[in-house]
Ligand binder design. Sequence first.
Ligand code: NA7
Length: 542
Amino acid sequence: MTISKEFDAVIVGAGFSGMYMLHLLREEGFSVRLYEAGSNVGGTWYWNRYPGARCDIPTESYCYTFSEEIHREWTWSSVYPEQSEILDYCNFVANKLDLRRDIQFNTRLTSAEYDEKSKKWKVCTGEGDIVQAKYFIPALGNVSIPHAPNIKGLEHFQGETYHTSRWPHEKVDFKGKRVAVIGTGSSGVQAITSISKEAEHLTVFQRTPQFVSPVKNPLLSPDQVKEMKNNFPELRRKIREHFIGAPTFDLRRPYSALEDTPEERQRFYEELWNEQNGFQLLFSYLDITVNDEANATLAEFVRTKIKEIVKDPDTAENLLPTYLIGGKRPVVGTNYYETYNQENVSLVNLKNTPIVECTKKGLVTSEGEHEFDIIVFASGFDAMTGPLMKANIRGRNGIFLKDKWDGGRNLKTFLGVCNVGFPNMFTITGPHFPLTTNAITVNEVIVEWIFDCIKYVEEHGVEEIEATSEAEETWTNHANEVGEQSIYAKVDSWYTGANIEGKPRGFLGYTGDYLMFQEQFNNARDYKGFTFTPKQNVAVEK
Ligand code: NA7
């Protein structure tokens, strides 16, 4: 196998982080090739084009903040734009920065291997590329490997099947169709509300009822747009100083929920519910996610709302969530619970009536057969570790990354970016990526840190940079400790791998807030957590 080309860096994935990484490295004069499996930029927003897909972080902070020019030239239409608009934004940025000339689309990474002799990464793709690079930067996304339940007989189904994350580019016509949606996470909730408007009948198959906070999506007025554009430096500062990197949300009452009387709490929750601003409900009181008793007050409020909204008592009962609110990835929706009042929508509670098999006509549960024309899987992802473990990445001594992590049973990283045994490799959006923070702002912090690190490496005549075992151990212990103390330790979700049968449990993401995360990265700017192998005859000073 001969190497056809050599680059300073190979990036994989043209989502928000890969695009920004490409831009920074190229501006600095590095030769870079970015491989992308899709036919265009956008990452998550390229793949997740199911009906109803939209952002749940307000656009004011769900955007790049590195360039005032981009910020001024792009105009968002609404507070929570839909997928196609975010994808347009990604295309706008790619065009503006002329990124495409270094991106090879429709090209999937098949393997990457570190060659200890040449001290280079050999990267192979499904299109037959074999290239070499000093730096290897997988930016594969952490929810990019779709997961679907293993339903007996699915291959016999004669209708259409789709996964929300592999949606066709052409419109899927639901008119006059009997549709099943399996899954009620963020994707399922958005798809359900949208598909219900068109389908003849929609049956929702729900494993775990969700707390869904109401969200409305007002159009941005010309004045609001003007203000967003004119106050860029201030906005950027606010984002960087905010606990989740999204300053629209504020902690409304910085004290315990238990300090207010039940009547006052009720009045206040009602006020927040009516605001319809998604995540804001969780930021009502200081201790909603740290004190189970405080948590129960909000959880009970939402359950009461569900019972008020949903007219059929059995359906309402089946929609009542019992986990700690905020313990799973929060879900927001527009008229989600109201959807179940439509004549053409019904709910199957999989805990009571599991799917037994699929026939050529539809799904058989323990109670009988449901016939469908279309089955939509909104069943999530093999998140965080999945994409990197499936990517055939081999470090020193030919060790696979998945084996280094013992299939996820012994997950260790330094900063969620570097790995012992994998020199000159920087992963973005892999395990230990922050889970409770606006992903784009986190991406910017990580990409900028990697960029500065690479510049440091080059300026100091370094051939190999590799995390030390000590740094990896310390960071991993920190990530696990923060995880243990968090609400996510108490609830089953994809944050801990619990969504997939047989997947090892652990803290797959970093659950500290955005400020803690930035502090970790700032501390790592002394590069004490690394060993450096100098180029021959070059001494490295730290
Ligand atoms: P999620 O949040 O993982 O939701 C997946 C849903 O599918 C959830 O309701 C799951 O129930 C359900 N599920 C998963 N496996 C099964 C099986 N085997 N049978 C029935 N139902 C199942 O994925 P999303 O795509 O909605 O959102 C992912 C992220 O994308 C989101 O958090 C945002 O960051 C964007 P469960 O709750 O696990 O019992």
